[in-house]
Design a binder for this molecule. Sequence first.
Ligand code: DGT
Ligand code: CA
Ligand code: CA
Ligand code: ZN
Length: 628
Amino acid sequence: MSSILHVAGVELPLERGEALLFNTANPLSLTSESPWVCLTGGTLENTAMNQSEIAKAFERIADLLEIDGGDRFRINSYRRTSRTIKDSTEDLEALAKANKLTSMPGVGKGTAERILQFIETGTSDVLQELEAKLPPGLPALLEIPGMGPKKVALVHDSLDVKSMDELKAVIESGAMAELPGLGATSVKKIAEGIAFLESSGGRTPLGIAWPMAEALAEKVRRLTGVRRVEIAGSLRRGQETIGDIDILCEADDGEAIIKKFVSFSDVKRILASGETKGSVTVERDKGKELQVDLRVVPTASFGAAWQYFTGSKEHNVSLREIVVKKKLRLNEYGLFDGEHSVAGAKEEDIYEALGVSFVPPELREDRGEFTSEASFEDLVKLADIRSDLHMHTIASDGKNTIDEMAEAAKARGYEYIAICDHSKSSTIANGLSIERMQAHIKAIREANDCLDGITILVGCECDILSNGEMDYPTEILEQCDWVVASIHAAMGSGGKKLSATERTIAAMENPFVCVIGHPTGRLINRRKPMDLNMAAVIEAAKRTGTMLEINAAWQRLDLKDLHVRQAIAGGVMLSINTDSHRTQGFEQMRYGIATARRGGAKKHDVANCLPLEKLRQRVAKKRPHVTN
Ligand code: DGT
Ligand code: CA
Ligand code: CA
Ligand code: ZN
């Protein structure tokens, strides 16, 4: 079973038990006064919980009830309500306001009251009672990939497991594998899930941290006496996950600024409050906190401090070697020759004074940025992007119409887009049957004819089946201007005929396949990448003239930075797409750009920086030539 999770304007199909884990990477519990409730732009929602959060809360009640050994009928009823809410095209809040919640299928008076309670308070008595009743360490086990409520209930009832540590103990002792219906393989998977959870749980995905950092930076910017505020650290470098947020502020009275900073309404805990540095935590998710460091520096040191606190540490260490060779001294206050300051106010001046090129923040990882081969010219940037070539509409699992997506893309200044709804085998994602796809193609062409100022390409996101074949026949694919081919099912490929690498390469052999969507299938902090031989994939991409996607959805960032490097070195063209399921999803392009830049991608490496005619030529090159 699976569900669709809505986060920050993106929707992801999830397998059972995954939703809650994902939950931990999502600041669902931010209150309505928090400026970053709407993560990828759009309007501020003035309710304690939005629709998808409420749907998830119902799902959680069902999960907890199931662990508690609750009544089957009740459990199913909560799950059904969750699905109803999730699938509802009507605005839950509007329904609630109009007192019409009971008009939804299967929603009675009691359920309506619970929904209302969630909207108004962000929680419900039922949920709180369940959480209080179960051993406190038990619900956390649901976050382990591979552990659904049934298994949690099983280990609790049979082995009296009440916490993560106790679960680890029964895995160690072999007792868990003895339980009916489990066995060594599934226990091994759960053990891997625990290891994965523990290794990745602490860092915050870029797409969560970035809007939070911006909102906080903006608050600091509005304080009196503040001249300039910038973001530093791993966030400025566009790293896929963030340990803590670093903010730099130019002002004279540091202590006064820090005092105000640590008393922001968002602050959960104050870790430090001094004359130049304040360190706090803000709530990222129920129980999870994200650290934010603010440093206040004078004008003369701003550039030096920005350079220093942008890091990475490894980049700074390498830079220091150059500094030492020049018999200079560099710290967060400036670059010095003896007592004389050589540079400090501007970051560029520091690099210049050291005789090296200014290194774009995304490339400050000590991955060869100081070598003579390094070139930063034409590194791709947001302004170079002319289109988005992977998005969904209400035809499959998106939330907006073709027109709405096109209008939003036009408003962003795009010249063209490709509508790429799911193919027939993606039943979870309401994939289009051949008949529906035929009608959809017509609808896209019509929308294109009616709308000026942007070209809407007919596209699809066609599943790569487990045997490596495409989910649509040639007669559909050849009608598409743009075909994204993706693996969505049977990722494990254990026991299957073809490996993920073989499936991917088989898809690339298809002349209509333009690009491989989210090539490794990973979900940051949640699902490991498929076991893909990247070198072989890149080689085949080059040979067949197929592009590789940088899926910009922050949950994916797939290809990731190092793969981008590898692909470019292999002469493969990239396409940076947001895979948007609603108009707000377009905002995520910046995460894809950051990833591309970290991989050293230049404007000419990116397909959606091409004018439409050039893109069409590239697509045509791979296709069979009709001669007559
Ligand atoms: P994060 O927070 O783990 O995602 O990664 P960063 O890079 O943001 O690291 P953070 O927040 O600990 O420190 C911010 C920057 O400050 C870091 O990138 C480089 C600089 N920095 C911190 N500690 C040191 C250090 O011991 N030596 C040098 N050279 N730089 C440091
Ligand atoms: Ca940091
Ligand atoms: Ca820090
Ligand atoms: Zn997609």
